[in-house]
Design a protein around this ligand. Sequence first.
Ligand code: URA
Length: 242
Amino acid sequence: MRLDKYLGDHNIGTRKQIKEYVKNGRCKVNGVVALKSDIHIDENKDEISFDDIILSYRKFHYYILNKPQGVVSATIDGKNTTVLDLLKDENVKGLSPCGRLDIDTEGLLLITDDGGLIHRLLSPKKHVDKVYEVHLGKKLSDTDKFKLEEGVDIGDKKDDGTIDFTLPSKITYGPDDEAGRPVIFLTIHEGRFHQVKRMLEAVGNEVLFLKRISMGPIKLPDDLEKGCYRPLTDQEIDLLNS
Ligand code: URA
């Protein structure tokens, strides 16, 4: 990979800044000052340092995407744009979305080639928090809020044939949206198929707009535009692995 890309992935700066830093002799490849940022390095073998600090080699790649509507959470799709298509400038080999958002759902999607992390984040046993901003067809009554927080029947059955109620969830009311539709913030700890839509349907309501705003310790940054992505920072990766 190119040296400037490698340094960019380590959040050293913008491409323009990196070019300048490298020109000023701040980066070494295998102990030798590299004066050009467009040279190619082998990130698996070469030792790269910046200001004499060795940048640890990351075996895996981690991105956060603000998924827009109309894009599918798949690696390939014959018809629709996939979330990997949005990672235009990256080598997407081996990358997968960490879970799925419906085609009409927006918001936070983690994309990585770290299968262990995907497994840990999606495992039903781990109960990782997922927070959704949900715009509703009608106001949610306190009774329905209570029912959803306790767990509802969304049509799933356990192996023994009994109802598989959703796990307890947490709801807070938000201000109405610009169109005057009621908004809630719903935190769930599982990821069943169309879960949020089916939960609201179970109490006779309807989801008109859905956006995921956080997953575990990672929040959708306010400045990450729809359709845009960035690598996770080292700190964010550590949080996910802790
Ligand atoms: N729940 C849904 O119904 N859809 C999503 O995309 C995510 C959670």
